[in-house]
Design a binder for this molecule. Structure first.
Ligand SMILES: NC(=O)C1=CN([C@@H]2O[C@H](COP(=O)(O)OP(=O)(O)OC[C@H]3O[C@@H](n4cnc5c(N)ncnc54)[C@H](OP(=O)(O)O)[C@@H]3O)[C@@H](O)[C@H]2O)C=CC1
Ligand SMILES: [Cu+2]
Length: 389
């Protein structure tokens, strides 16, 4: 008899989809998430230090004290900063056996020796702690600018608890990504703090390439003529040499975009399977390809700009005129100027093509750009100090 009522209750629950979820904290994030969840059919109970004072809460949500709210649901989202977790130790009894969702972030990498989620699990040992939602910003939830960052990293030691949280994530139209046990919380908490996650290596690499080729060209085109022919070519430093460095860097980076794919393919053929992890260096390299490509395009674009500037320069006009005159004096049949005209036309054509490609790539990489912006914004929100502290 009891069993059938249980089943009945379960089916009722799932058909009505009125699961009650408790949210601790009525700050930016709590409110935004609460509103989103209400709209997705959950009933929401907020826990707050002063339930009467809370304003601007979403319509239809209930506000109670922390201990009262906790009794209303077996799943509680902690929209509170880590620094204020300590009051939870007074609630250990009510929180026993409940699912606590830790959404918190820190301001710095390695701010605390222990991840926030593990700290929470230690404070409330009887509860099942699940880490989730920390890469979703309150601003993105409110403005529904979630197209770029739909991924929610989830981790926790209790698989049932984790499943429940992942169901909620899914019902909000987001994509849960299971990162394993609570030990992964540290890594997950670091994501939002990495402003340009995959840009470091491409950035340093291109810097090294530029410096190397710049000095190579300086030796060849400035120092060598000075030492052996006593010619002063220092004016090459401004435009000619950079304009040689840019295409070299662009082409090298472009080659580095395609190379890891080839290596990976060879590796797969050699191993005879594609179901094995690549070595870490190759994995990282493959993940940097877009960034490398974008930097390469940036260099190509600079090359185009510099190339368009060159014909305007006095020195170049002077040498071309000199050469044309020299040819005329030598009574060559075809004067030099026709070939220079052809040259500048092709420069412009190439420049336009380059620009077109640049814009195209810029547009296709927009989601990742807006991803960065979201996280930045969220950092900004995070940066506002709490009134109470
Ligand atoms: N804002 C964002 O975009 C994101 C935030 N997060 C995380 O969500 C959590 C909440 O962030 P957010 O909403 O921005 O922060 P807020 O400062 O806006 O809100 C924090 C809430 O915590 C509650 N609280 C409980 N105890 C205390 C206390 N002793 N002192 C102060 N406040 C207390 C308060 O609710 P009450 O007054 O009702 O008690 C307060 O409104 C943080 O852990 C943050 O890292 C994660 C991802 C994005
Ligand atoms: Cu060129």
């Amino acid at each position: 008899m009891e069993k059938t009522t249980d089943v009945l209750l379960l089916t009722m629950n799932s058909s009505e989809e009125q699961e009650t979820v408790c949210i601790f904290g009525t700050g930016d994030f709590g409110k935004s998430l609460g509103l989103e969840m209400l709209q997705c059919g959950y009933s929401i109970v907020f826990g707050s230090r002063n339930p009467q004072m809370s304003s601007l809460l979403p319509n239809g949500a209930e506000v109670l004290s922390y201990s009262e709210a906790a009794q209303k649901s077996d799943i509680i989202i902690m929209a509170i900063h880590r620094e204020h977790y300590n009051f939870l130790t007074e609630l250990t009894e009510v929180l026993n056996g409940k699912i606590l969702v830790d959404v918190s972030n820190n301001l710095k990498i390695k701010q605390y020796p222990q991840s926030n989620a593990e700290y929470l699990a230690q404070l409330v040992p009887g509860a099942h702690v699940v880490k989730a939602f920390n890469t979703i910003s309150a601003w993105a939830l409110q403005s529904r600018a979630l197209d770029a960052s739909r991924q929610v990293f989830v981790c926790g030691n209790d698989s049932k608890a984790k499943q429940r949280v992942m169901d909620i994530v899914r019902s909000l139209g987001l994509t849960p990504l299971d990162k394993g046990s609570l030990m992964a919380a540290n890594e997950i908490e670091n994501y939002p703090l990495q402003l340009f996650p995959m840009w470091k290596f491409p950035f340093y690499l291109s810097a090294v390439l530029c410096v190397f080729f710049f000095f190579y060209c300086v030796i060849r085109e400035v120092i060598y003529p000075y030492v052996y022919e006593k010619k002063d070519r220092t004016f090459h430093l401004a435009i000619s040499i950079p304009n040689r460095v840019f295409p070299i860097a662009a082409l090298t980076l472009l080659a580095l975009v395609y190379l890891p794919g080839v290596i990976a393919a060879i590796l797969q053929l050699y191993r005879g399977t594609k179901y094995r992890r690549f070595p870490d260096w190759l994995d990282h390299w493959m993940l940097c390809r877009k960034q490398l490509g974008l930097i390469a395009l940036g260099f190509a674009f600079l090359h185009v700009l510099y190339t368009l500037v060159i014909p305007i320069r006095y020195y170049v006009r002077w040498t071309w005129t000199n050469r044309t005159i020299a040819q005329a004096i030598a009574k060559k049949e075809r004067p030099f100027s026709t070939s220079t005209a052809w040259l500048s036309d092709s420069y412009i054509a190439m420049g336009m093509l380059g620009f077109f490609l640049f814009v195209l790539l810029g547009i296709t990489s927009l989601p990742s750009v807006s991803n960065m912006v979201n996280w930045r914004e969220f950092r900004f929100v995070q940066g506002i100090p709490c009134q109470d502290s």
